[in-house]
Ligand binder design. Structure first.
Ligand code: PHE
Length: 452
């Protein structure tokens, strides 16, 4: 086989993986979960989940990717030829394809909001106007589709450029810009009048709100936010050089992802509380509540309101783009390797497929009313992937590296063939064998509503 392309540098590898992890999940879901589930108490639990479960599983995915030097779709077949473990890879590819379809719809909305901010069309509007204009827009049969196509086009363009010149280079530019934007926005937000109430909501620990549900919620959030369970990170790890340190890279990605999530909370809550609005979750938080908050918070100085919301939606678009790239890459790399078609042809197939599922997802929020198992197409994709496929495949990865793969392979990958020390190796293996699979089973059962 020809030499596999690698990321050009260790920092490039970290930024690409962090780009996959940092996404819409950090900005619209984490802050809300934290605020409503005990503030700092939730954050502490979340940190424990990232450390005790997220990091080991991420290292396990890295191990599979770098060891096999194959994208997720083939990695398990390479490491365990002739066995049924190959299905984990297929599961990942399918999950990537399905997530990309609906995730790009929301990602596309960020472009509409960038344009709306830039042309100052939020100026002078009140809360009801924001509700009405979001509903009108998201249910429109055409406009969201144009933005969806635009977003898929950007993703496609970067993936076709390749691992080094596309994925790595774009991450090296986008991640620092994203970081600067989020820090500037957080500082602006914290210095608004009455911001301290928002800080209190996000940061004051309230252990009375912590129950089993909160634990499981934190685990689920850690899973989605770190892009675990579908092989994005294992595909990226197949491009890691032999000197990339798996433990250190996982820790860096975990720290960056968590920091961005907390900073997003520092933007949203102080601004919302400063104008007396109770924040909401999901799409309505970022596309209805926040534009209104920004207008009111900086209402006295329209230019500032415009600038703040423009920066915010650019931030959101960049965060989403680095994630869609990683989703696209999982499938493109698989088709490219497995069927020996060129990268650009593979990418075209993926993009075309996602145009179809994306259009269906988008229309299901408006004109297309058919329901599957009681869910619209968009919600169906979200449910099947985030709630079923990701935990299932994460669970199987733990079993694969914990029980099937030779212990010496796991050790060699973690220590770069004995060059590095890894005193935590036994703990890592214990987590993969017992702790993480049991924890994932619990999340799974809880999310399906089978727990009392
Ligand atoms: N981690 C991304 C986010 O927080 C979502 C994602 C999940 C991306 C799985 C790739 C794979 O938004």
């Amino acid at each position: 086989m020809s030499e596999r392309v690698n990321f050009g540098s260790r920092i490039g590898a970290i930024l690409a993986a962090a780009g996959s992890a940092v996404g819409l999940g950090n900005i619209w879901r984490f802050p809300y979960e934290a605020g409503n589930h005990g503030g700092a108490a939730f954050i502490l639990i979340y940190l424990a989940c990232v450390l005790l479960m997220g990091m080991p599983i991420m290292i396990a995915e890295f191990t599979v990717g770098r060891r096999s030097k194959a994208s997720t779709g083939r990695a398990f077949a390479v490491l365990a030829p002739g066995t049924q473990w190959k299905w984990i890879g297929f599961l990942g590819v399918l999950a990537g394809l399905l997530i990309l379809g609906y995730y790009s719809v929301v990602a596309g909305w960020t472009l509409e909001y960038i344009v709306a901010s830039a042309t100052n069309s939020f100026a002078g509007k009140g809360p009801d106007d924001f509700v009405a204009s979001f509903q009108e827009f998201s249910q429109d049969p055409f406009r969201p589709l144009l933005w969806l196509l635009a977003f898929l086009f950007f993703t496609h363009y970067i993936v076709v450029k390749g691992v080094k010149d596309g994925i790595e280079k774009s991450a090296k530019i986008m991640m620092p810009v994203l970081f600067i934007l989020i820090v500037v926005l957080a500082i602006c937000s914290i210095t608004l009048p009455n911001a301290d109430k928002g800080l209190e909501f996000l940061l004051k620990p309230d252990f009375s709100k912590v129950n089993a549900d909160v634990f499981l919620g934190a685990m689920g959030q850690a899973f989605f936010s770190l892009s675990l369970g579908m092989g994005c990170l294992s595909t990226y790890a197949s491009y890691f050089g032999s000197d990339t340190r798996l433990g250190k890279t996982a820790l860096s990605v975990g720290v960056i992802d968590t920091m961005i999530a907390i900073l997003a909370g520092l933007i949203i809550f102080p601004a919302a509380f400063s104008v007396g609005i109770q924040p909401d979750a999901g799409p309505s938080l970022i596309f209805i509540t926040l534009p209104n908050v920004f207008q009111q918070a900086f209402g006295g100085v329209p230019f500032l309101a415009m600038l703040f919301s423009l920066m915010f939606y650019i931030l959101l678009a960049l965060a989403a783009l680095t994630s869609t790239i990683s989703l696209h890459e999982v499938v493109t790399a698989y088709l490219n390797e497995r069927f020996k078609i060129s990268r650009s042809r593979a990418a075209c197939l993926v993009t075309l497929f996602c145009v179809v599922t994306g259009v269906m997802s988008s229309l299901s929020l408006g004109v297309w009313e058919d329901k599957f198992f009681g869910l619209g197409f968009f919600d169906l994709l979200d449910f099947v992937t985030a709630k079923l496929m990701l935990p299932l495949s994460g669970f199987l990865v733990c079993l694969f590296v914990g029980w099937y793969l030779k212990r010496s392979i796991a050790f060699d990958e973690l220590t770069n063939y004995g060059l590095l020390k890894a005193p935590y190796f036994p703990v890592y293996m214990f987590i993969l064998k017992f702790f993480a699979p049991i924890a994932i089973l619990l999340i799974f059962v809880n999310e399906l509503g089978w727990l009392p």
